[in-house]
Design a protein around this ligand. Structure first.
Ligand SMILES: NC(=O)c1ccc[n+]([C@@H]2O[C@H](COP(=O)([O-])OP(=O)(O)OC[C@H]3O[C@@H](n4cnc5c(N)ncnc54)[C@H](O)[C@@H]3O)[C@@H](O)[C@H]2O)c1
Length: 472
């Protein structure tokens, strides 16, 4: 989602610390904000600062560009009313940030109370209220049938133990796993992610940590880094159920790493026994605003004269049943020149000319970079092969039914597409005819034969001399 003026966001715990910084950063992009907090004085002040930021983008709106709603997020009726007020004022909800949270005020083992004001409250606020706010945000976003992003504030203490506050650590661990389990909502247009910083500068929580402890951890996380992380989770369409860990010593990292994840993820199709390392999709699968592709602008058998590179906008969202493929290798096919000269089209010269410019390239392998909302069988990061027009491009939009998931986005896969297909048809025919022996048949597609079939032994021999174009 592009952060642009006119979107709206609801931020719980927006009156101070991280919630305040995020509210102001959203306001600086011209985004309307509802600040939800217990603290009236600080909350009103943040709302008025957001309004000032918004004044640079909007005039005569007829409604306030920022609201403060006094609310206890652990009270379900209270928080539901805050979402309703937001919807009634801004007509939708694009972003929800659940930042309200506390550390456990009394050491767990010394607590003689029933926990209503201590450990129960910490769990209620840090975990139960986050679940409730996520539920209400989804409901609000679905009511207006628009895509949305939810960010839950986890903590590094939700990834690894914090001996000093097991209740806080346990509640944040819950937020992390709750959010990571919400990946499927991306098919409904809602991406829910969790942000896990270590101690953040200029926050009460950070100050309570003690300077020695913070220094062992490499120093405070800068607030700008937290804002940057949150904005990445909002803008990067590939992020859903993603957990962004932020430390001052290592920077921003997604947790767990794909290698860690591979230890426990069970594939639906059993992986063939192979020595090849498991493919790991790049961590920074960022979607650009535009991309480059080759188009045929002149009908000619001379491919160089026929084509040119153009930059084209990446139009989002994707059609519901389509996926966006980031092309890594595209195959050069002998038929490219037939296609660029218009031989695959019927009609008069004038009819042919009217088709220009058109996309070209027949075969490619890459990674799925985004999926349409009705696509349930494919996910972002899956290596995929395609045999559709438009493969000479950095990105290409393809109906999901045309996607061939593959083990790895390697160049060898490209050789097995059109050429492999023709070879397999030939093989089928040969098997039926049962009459040739010891004869090499070339794949009819190219003179330099990507793949040959040794008929008598029914072996497929791949000549690794195929050409590939790299878009890495
Ligand atoms: N500060 C850090 O170092 C740090 C590190 C990692 C994660 N976090 C998490 O980030 C979030 C924000 O932390 P912060 O440091 O900005 O905290 P903060 O104390 O500065 O802000 C929290 C806000 O939540 C509000 N709040 C508390 N209880 C509420 C309730 N019942 N209903 C509504 N609002 C309530 C408070 O009034 C306050 O304005 C928390 O969830 C925290 O656990 C903080």
């Amino acid at each position: 989602m592009e952060l642009k003026p006119g979107l709206s966001a609801l931020v719980t715990g927006g009156a101070s610390g991280i919630g305040k910084a995020l509210s102001l950063a959203l306001g600086a992009k011209g985004i309307f904000v509802t600040v939800v907090d217990l603290s009236e004085e600080k909350g009103k002040e943040v709302a008025s600062l957001v309004q000032k930021e918004n004044a640079n983008f909007h005039t005569s709106l007829g409604f306030p560009s920022a609201l403060f709603v006094k609310c206890d997020v652990t009270d379900t009726g209270n928080i539901a009313a805050a979402f309703e007020k937001h919807l009634a004022t801004f007509g939708g909800l694009d972003i929800c940030i659940n930042s309200a949270g506390i550390i456990n005020p009394i050491p767990f083992h010394k607590d003689q109370t029933d926990g209503t004001r201590s450990w129960r409250l910490t769990v209620n606020l840090n975990l139960i209220a986050v679940i409730d706010c996520t539920r209400l945000a989804i409901k609000t976003m679905q009511a207006v049938k628009k895509p949305g992003v939810i960010i839950n504030m986890g903590s590094a203490a939700g990834l690894y133990p914090l001996d000093g506050d097991p209740i806080y650590s346990g509640s944040k661990g819950g937020v992390v796993q709750f959010t990571r389990s919400l990946v499927p909502y991306k098919h409904k247009g809602i991406r829910i992610n969790v942000l896990c910083p270590e101690f953040v500068e200029r926050t009460d929580m950070g100050l309570k940590a003690g300077s020695k402890f913070v220094s062992i951890m490499g120093g405070f996380v800068r607030m700008e880094m937290v804002v940057k992380g949150a904005f990445e989770l909002i803008t990067d369409e590939s992020k859903a159920g993603s957990c962004l860990w932020i430390t001052n010593r290592r920077g921003m990292e997604y947790w767990p790493t794909p290698a860690e994840e591979a230890k426990y993820l069970i594939s639906q199709t059993k992986r063939a026994v192979t020595n090849a390392p498991i493919f790991q999709a790049p961590l920074n699968l960022q979607l650009p605003q535009s991309f480059e592709k080759l188009v045929v602008h002149t009908l000619s058998h001379n491919f160089r004269n026929a084509t040119g590179v153009v930059r084209t906008p990446l139009r989002l969202p994707i059609k519901p049943d389509h996926v966006l493929v980031k092309v890594i290798y595209a195959g050069v096919n002998a038929s490219d020149v037939n296609y660029s000269s218009g031989r695959y089209f019927s009609g008069s010269n004038k009819d042919l000319e009217s088709q220009l410019p058109f996309d070209c390239g027949f075969e490619a392998v890459g990674i799925i970079a985004a999926v349409g909302e009705s696509v349930t069988n494919l996910k972002v990061g899956t290596p995929a092969a395609i045999m559709t027009f438009g493969s000479y491009a950095e990105f290409t939009m393809v109906p999901s039914k045309h996607i061939l998931p593959v083990e790895r986005p390697d160049p060898e896969v490209v050789a097995m597409l059109t050429s492999g297909l023709t070879a397999s048809i030939a093989l089928e025919k040969v098997k039926c005819m049962r009459m040739y022996s010891r004869k090499i048949m070339c794949s009819p597609k190219t003179v330099s034969a990507h793949i040959c079939i040794c008929v008598s032994e029914l072996h497929i021999i791949s000549f690794a001399e195929f050409l590939v174009v790299t878009f890495r």
